[in-house]
Design a protein around this ligand. Structure first.
Ligand code: MBD
Ligand code: FE
Length: 283
């Protein structure tokens, strides 16, 4: 419960579906795809399904359960969640294989563009008395040749101390724990926020139903999401993790890489400080 409101799978799922529909133009970017490629990809996916049915002797009861479940994924608005948790990590792997700069990972379903800008040094918006360990994060953004990137931008978004995201869970002010940071000629930043809690996939929706039926767990380790951009450089989408999280080794979304685990230093005042920067590949 968040301020008396219940966070349901369908509410966050449908909010993520709505967000995807408004902020991206997914078809525009593939307008010129020839039918040969669509045919190849569609047939390849279908062949993998046929193989599974034959190999495992799938029954009509199982086929009908799948049909009902797929319909429910749509009703709960959980297609963004399903795809980002179980598919995106391989797309990201293929897309960034050539890079020499910082490792990235998946975006996930909860990014919102145009978070309020805080300059090169500042705090993400947060509530009075925002729960969670205070985190100070310093670093620089450079090009692969070491040049600091003047005008680089870091967009940061993450869950709160209960694992909920603003804009997708009820009772949280818009832009809470979401901020943009625009850097100067030295490429340096200093960000103040709190450490997020681990994230649990909603258990009451279609994705939760699959997780329970398969005997999986529903957890992602605690993480900070970033998009780092600079003129003339490839956009870096990444997540940063905290050492010792029990789900760093079995993230349900398969999005943890060793290079993305922070090395935070606990401070005498109970806060945590971390130094972690980014290296962007020139376009
Ligand atoms: C998340 O917070 C997330 O980052 C991903 C990838 C999927 C589901 C929830
Ligand atoms: Fe997340």
């Amino acid at each position: 419960h968040l301020n008396g409101e219940v966070a349901t799978a369908a509410a966050s799922g449908n909010a993520a579906t709505e967000r995807f529909a408004t902020d991206k133009s997914p078809y525009a970017a593939v307008q010129d795809t020839p039918p040969e490629r669509v045919d190849l990809l569609a047939r390849s996916v279908l062949e993998a399904v046929y193989d599974t049915i034959r190999k495992h002797q799938v029954t009509y009861d199982e086929y009908n359960a799948l049909k009902a479940w797929l319909i429910q994924v749509g009703k709960d608005g959980e297609w963004p969640l399903f795809l980002d948790v179980w598919v995106e990590h391989v797309v990201e792997e293929v897309a960034t294989d050539h890079r020499e700069g910082s490792k990235g990972t998946i975006e996930g379903p909860y990014y919102v563009p145009d978070a309020p800008d805080q300059g090169a040094k500042g705090s993400v918006p947060m509530r009075d008395g925002e729960q969670g360990t205070a985190l100070t994060w310093v670093g620089t953004v450079t090009s692969t040749d070491g040049t600091p990137l003047d005008g680089a931008k870091i967009e940061l978004w993450h869950a709160d101390n209960d694992g909920f995201y603003s804009h997708f869970a009820p009772g949280i002010p818009d832009w809470n724990l979401r901020g943009s940071f625009t850097l100067g000629a030295d490429g340096a930043f200093e960000i103040h926020t709190i450490q997020p809690a681990p994230y649990q996939i909603p258990t009451d929706g279609a994705c939760g139903k699959l997780i329970a039926a398969a005997g999986w767990h529903a957890w992602r380790p605690a993480h900070l999401h970033v998009k780092v951009s600079a003129p003339g450089h490839e956009l870096l989408t990444a997540q940063l993790y905290f050492p010792g999280d029990e789900h760093n080794d079995d993230d349900i979304a398969s999005a943890v890489k060793p290079e993305l685990v922070l090395a935070p230093g606990p401070q005498a005042d109970g806060t945590v400080r971390v130094d972690y920067g980014f290296v962007l590949d020139p376009v």
